[in-house]
Design a binder for this molecule. Structure first.
Ligand SMILES: Nc1ncnc2c1ncn2[C@@H]1O[C@H](COP(=O)(O)OP(=O)(O)O)[C@@H](O)[C@H]1O
Ligand SMILES: [Mg+2]
Length: 331
């Protein structure tokens, strides 16, 4: 992103993360939410602002080249040469995400880690490792937490891994070694604040909230790449994200079922049916819908908002997807 966007809102989420880091947890928190809702930014803000006595280690699992992007350390200044030694690893983020122990050892060689609090924040794990390895990975994180706590006699350890893949949530939610937590798009007030900060007038900001559901990446994309032409952005989303999904749904004879889910994503729960489930799976794999029933990171549950396509248990990741699916399938 060429422009620096001021950080808005997320006070509750930041506080929840601070509490988590200060208390520690052996069970990794598996933080999931829509693509572009701000998971990476949230973790990076936490690290950048960190003044507590814990050491925070952030790993961007999808960063391939630049080690100074793949690893951020909060709460301690770590000599550049400690990380430079890792610079020849490729793809650096993914490899480090699976060899956290070596990374922590490299850090511990420069910092007094013994008896401290440690937090590991691993970002975008499903994109980097693939959904097939996600259960293994969370299990690895959980046992790694125990190993590191014992080895360095840590006061506490906390582990957070993030994903945008609804499918990986379903995999992980079958187990007790991870604690799924939801983060959603910005709420109306924050979304409007963000749009206005970027230069939108009040009407544009409100319209943008209604199509993006407060997704900050989408808001920034409309502002920066599309010069506030919302229709142009919607057309882009239609061509790149929704048409291929609509074609698959039609080819499989799931038009009616997808339209039911567009009407009400909780239809899956209310009138369970094989074909409805099949339509849901297609939309889930394409990151257009997801399960939203897990507790929010900062407590409580995300409230249903039918006009945005958010039900009690299931939701469209952005309202625009739901509207475009309806248009594509109604013909
Ligand atoms: N709270 C926020 N305030 C301002 N901009 C934000 C906020 N959260 C995310 N963004 C911006 O939105 C874009 C997408 O956020 P990102 O953290 O990459 O999403 P995710 O990791 O969930 O896919 C980035 O440009 C990021 O800087
Ligand atoms: Mg991210």
């Amino acid at each position: 992103m060429a422009i620096d966007v001021p950080f808005v809102d997320r006070g509750g989420e930041l506080e929840a993360l601070v509490r988590l880091v200060e208390r520690g947890t052996y069970i990794p928190v598996f933080l999931y939410g829509p693509e572009g809702c701000g998971k990476t930014r949230l973790l990076q803000e936490l690290v950048a602002r960190w003044r507590g006595d814990a050491i925070l280690v952030y790993i961007d699992a999808v960063e391939e080249e630049r080690v100074n992007r793949a690893v951020l350390v909060g709460g301690a200044s770590i000599a550049a040469d400690a990380l430079a030694a890792l610079a020849s690893i490729h793809p650096v983020g993914r490899v480090l995400a699976t060899r956290i122990q070596s990374l922590v050892e490299a850090i511990a060689a420069r910092l007094a880690l013994r008896g401290r609090r440690l937090a590991l924040l691993i970002d975008d794990v499903t994109s980097a490792l693939g959904v097939e390895r996600i259960e293994w990975y969370l299990k690895y994180l959980q046992s790694l937490a125990e190993t590191l706590a014992a080895r360095y006699n840590l006061e506490s350890i906390a582990v957070v891994a993030t994903t945008s893949e609804g499918v990986s949530f379903e995999r992980v939610s079958r187990h007790t070694y991870a604690r799924p937590r939801l983060i959603w798009n910005l709420d109306e007030k924050a979304a409007i604040e963000l749009a206005e900060t970027l230069g939108a007038d009040a009407t544009t900001a409100e319209n943008l909230y209604l199509v993006t559901g407060g997704n900050p990446r989408a808001i920034i994309d409309v502002a920066v790449s599309h010069g506030w032409r919302i229709d142009e952005w919607v057309e882009d989303v239609r061509l790149t994200r929704v048409e291929p999904a609509a074609a698959e749904l039609m080819a499989r004879g799931l038009t009616r079922e997808a339209l039911l889910l567009a009407e009400d994503p909780d239809a899956l729960r209310e009138e369970p049916d094989e074909k409805l489930m099949e339509a849901y799976r297609i939309l889930l794999q394409r990151n257009l819908v997801m399960y939203k029933g897990a507790p929010l990171l900062h407590g409580g549950r995300l409230k249903p908002e039918p006009e945005l396509g958010i039900g009690e248990y299931y939701a469209w990741q952005m309202p625009v997807y739901r509207k475009l699916v309806q248009e594509a399938l109604r013909g």
